[in-house]
Design a binder for this molecule. Sequence first.
Ligand SMILES: [Zn+2]
Ligand SMILES: [Zn+2]
Length: 432
Amino acid sequence: MSDVTGKKTVIRGGRVIDPANGVDAVRDIWVRGGRIVAADTANSPENEEPEIIDATGLVVAPGLIDLHVHLREPGQSAKETIETGARAAAAGGFTSVVCMPNTNPSADSPATILWIKERAKKACVNVFPTGAITKGLAGEELAPIGSMVQAGIVAITDDGHCVQNHELMRRAVEYARMFDLPVFDHCQDYSLVGDGVMHEGYWSTMLGLPGWPAAGEELIVLRNILLAELCGSPIHCQHLSCAGSVRHLRDARARGVKISGEVCPHHLALTDEAVCGFDTNFKMNPPLRAQADIDALMGGIADGTVTVLSSDHAPHMAVEKEVEFDRAPFGILGLETEFGLFHHLLVERQKAIDLPRLIELLTVNPARLLRLDRGTLSVGAPADVTLIDPGLEWTVRPGEFASRSRNTPFGGWQLKGRAVRTVVAGETVWKL
Ligand SMILES: [Zn+2]
Ligand SMILES: [Zn+2]
């Protein structure tokens, strides 16, 4: 690395937590030319002064990665754009995000993937597109996966929808294996879930709203376990919401099946009782569930069954959400409250995991799943760094969000722990 040139920066005096390298110690991080470098390399050959970022009293982590966000472009820029979604990511401490293909048109062709990548060049964080599994996310015919790989997708998923035809899903998994391409799945059995809009249980009965039973998720989690086993190839289950899913995942992983899963903050923060005011900011897919499900998700995160955390950031306009509960679109914002909620709920309140483990679930684990050379502060890695103040108490103020939308149920919540500075390729892109 002796030929490293370019702008020189030192992030000085912070508690560096780099789970990929087993580091948890006070030290300086040197950056040159957008990459992490060793201190002696950074100081030669010229002696110009580095930019100094004072990290005293802060945690210095690899840039956070969210592998599940909806940036709404192309086609729905009134909700969010790649640019505003990236700003929301930066404000949440995220340096890389993976965007879902349920746009308009769907991201199911190389042309659309290239369009997204072109727009992403102007974004202040790294934006990695996924491609659809099936054309138009219709679940009937495979999308041109090979040519989308050439265009630069990092995974395939029909998120927002779920491939119901098991034979088609098997072919997608086998085809993806040829490219070592991750397969993500939104787990929802259509025949069982029907037009359910909230968790099927006591509260759906009380409120008279159609129920979305937990078994509707578990059926597809089990399908994916069977297909991962049959194909000998990995499948990643998105936004797990219920106790059964964690149990199936734990059993399958113990058998060596290549199955993984992620959990979102809202499924840890709230139960279905929150729907009783009919506020559509409590409507998401999969829905808020029962306390026993929250406990099981926490347990799955604590024992290593769940290896990745994500937001499922899903912006919607106020006019779309200001309708009857059963007619409103599913989904809430996530990026700007994600770290605070996870830290507050998992580390501070429940003590299910410690801070280094939380950082692992938000950095190196998603990076490995996606085969990205990120999520670490190793010498030579891109200088994506997040500075965190774990003791900072703050109030969620949706009016101050960088996102174009405001649909969050967490307005006014008091949280502890927040990213205070976001660095992408050595440049500060956001600062509290
Ligand atoms: Zn989904
Ligand atoms: Zn989603």
